[in-house]
Design a protein around this ligand. Sequence first.
Ligand code: CA
Ligand code: CA
Ligand code: CA
Length: 153
Amino acid sequence: MKLLPITALAALSLSPLASAAGNGALDRRFEKADINSSGTIDRTEFLALQPRGKSWVEASHRFNLADVDDDALLSITEFRASNGGKEGGKPSRAQSFALADLDDDGFLDPQEFALTLAQSKPWRKVLRDFDRKDRNDDALLTPQEFGVLLNAL
Ligand SMILES: [Ca+2]
Ligand SMILES: [Ca+2]
Ligand SMILES: [Ca+2]
């Protein structure tokens, strides 16, 4: 995590959210992430907080765990309780597959597969990895091709 310059910190400390409670650094992070100033963080805003080396599924996994009331938004309370959405670790292969399978058809297409890799991964490398896993060359990954153990399903 990069430290904010002193001037930015000074500007943020004038805001009402930052002065509301004793969770200074976390609250500033929350406010910075809340791009549209709605008072909550949605999945897209949360994803933008994550390092580019992290995958969408890992961020989504942590977002879901932090979103205790399941309204698809993180309140400041949920954000504080989850230490800024840092709790939860990495999803299992089975969890990753389920999260990435956005259309719920039981397969991962290349776009869905990309959600399981670092956001910074170039598309050609995503496709190379995909082709390597797609044993029967049907342009879809089954859970087994993705590496989910049968007994984990
Ligand atoms: Ca919530
Ligand atoms: Ca799918
Ligand atoms: Ca396949």
